[in-house]
Design a protein around this ligand. Structure first.
Ligand code: T4K
Length: 373
């Protein structure tokens, strides 16, 4: 291959389609603060996600922070250490102690068997992550939350388009926070959304993303600024119609990876669509390199890099190992042996729209060669 192969490459719509929306921005001279494209995009997203309430925000991280503040979450929150830094930072930035629940070996989501043992009188919420688009054990998490009167905020940054038995991923928990970053399955350049079912949250979330303002003379909450602008909304409107095409294309690349790597010893795959009732979104292409592979994850990563194939170690280090939290005593004592093991052995391979099966074959041939196969 002539070019660098990155872990992902953003989807871009037809330029003309995007520019038609941009023309409307020039006509309206409305650039941000709930403009017409923002409202149109919000409506189309509600239909796509089959969700009654959607609040658009500037990025996925702020979706998490607004859910935390808007739902009055404080004290301790049970979350997973196997995630992107944003999940944990959203808690710590709001003076909340993250309490780490280990993950399951098969799909890398929070292990519900361990949640109740972590609940204390300070626990106010659970923040699980649908990591790589793998749906958490939503029914069990809901039952535990109900029993202990806890809120549930799902970090659904990876899970756009995922469904279980026809029910959209956004319909689980008190709120689900999506990311529409450039590197995501669906992008608005930067962007995000909160999806929820309680009508009372709409007023609160809208205020929190706009300085707590409810009217020209009413400032009802201490809020910051997390509004999605009209250019982001234009990108969202232009990209949304391609969703099924994007998912189908990524599915064929994923299946090709599995065909070519699936039989190698020590290469572990998890493809949720094979679980009954799940519609998966093929957001990432993680493989776990287990001992029988005879090659370490780090060696595979380095050798692929030499071939200009830039896989990523999503998610290493795990949260308990971050430098910035090194001095927090509870980070040192947090135990998450499965997450540690997965963090040390996971590699996310390139996966993006229109990458072509020949590129997948090229990457797999290099992996086989590195593994001496
Ligand atoms: N929760 C979870 C579980 C998340 O994974 C994330 C974000 C969030 C919350 C927060 O959502 P946001 O606030 O970001 O909306 C990337 C993304 O920046 C981040 O959004 C994402 N998760 C995370 C998993 O991946 P980096 O630091 O790995 O990105 P970067 O710049 O190294 O990009 C990866 C590759 O993508 C590059 O090597 C090349 C390619 N790329 C990237 C960009 C930005 C392009 O080809 N074009 C581009 O424009 O974090």
């Amino acid at each position: 291959m002539e070019k660098d192969i990155f872990v992902t490459s953003p989807f871009l719509p037809e330029k003309e389609v995007f520019l038609q929306y941009v023309d409307r921005i020039w006509d309206s001279r409305w650039l941000t603060n709930q403009g017409p494209l923002h409202e149109q995009f919000r409506g189309e997203l509600k239909s796509y996600l089959e969700a009654p309430y959607v609040t658009l925000v500037v990025n996925g991280h702020m979706a998490l922070e607004i859910a935390i503040r808007g739902l009055g979450v404080k004290g301790e929150v049970i979350t997973t250490p196997f995630t992107f830094a944003s999940t944990i930072h959203s808690l710590c930035l709001n003076n909340i102690k993250p309490v780490f629940c280990d993950i399951k070996e098969d799909d890398f989501t929070m292990n519900p068997d361990l949640i109740e043992g972590l609940i204390t009188e300070k626990t106010t919420a659970i923040m699980p992550v649908h990591v790589y688009g793998h749906l958490c054990d939503v029914e069990r998490i809901e039952a535990i939350a109900k029993k202990h009167h806890l809120k549930v905020i799902y970090d659904a940054a990876h899970a756009f388009g995922v469904k279980k038995n026809g029910k959209s991923v956004g319909m689980y928990g008190d709120a689900a926070a999506f990311s529409f970053h450039a590197t995501k399955l669906f992008n608005t350049i930067e962007g995000g959304a909160l999806v929820y079912q309680n009508p009372e949250y709409e007023r609160i979330f809208n205020a929190y993303k706009n300085f707590g303002i409810e009217g020209e003379e009413e400032i009802v909450f201490v809020g910051g600024n997390a509004k999605m602008n009209e250019f982001q909304s234009a990108m969202g409107l232009a990209n949304l119609p391609y969703m099924e095409q994007i998912i189908e294309d990524r599915k064929s690349a994923t299946l090709k990876y599995r065909e070519l790597l699936g039989k190698l010893p020590g290469i572990y795959f998890y493809i949720p669509e094979e679980v009954e009732g799940i519609k998966y979104n093929y957001a990432y292409m993680p493989i776990q390199i287990r001992e029988e592979a005879g090659v370490s994850r780090d060696r595979l990563y380095e050798e692929l890099k030499r071939e200009r194939i830039f896989a990523r170690k999503y998610f290493y280090p795990i949260a308990t190992q971050y430098d910035c939290y090194r001095d927090l005593p509870y980070m040192k004592t947090s135990k998450a042996p499965v997450a540690e093991k997965v963090g040390d052995s996971i590699l996310t391979l390139p996966l993006y729209y229109n990458m072509g099966l020949d590129t997948v074959t090229f990457i797999c041939e290099k992996i086989c060669k590195i593994m001496g196969r």
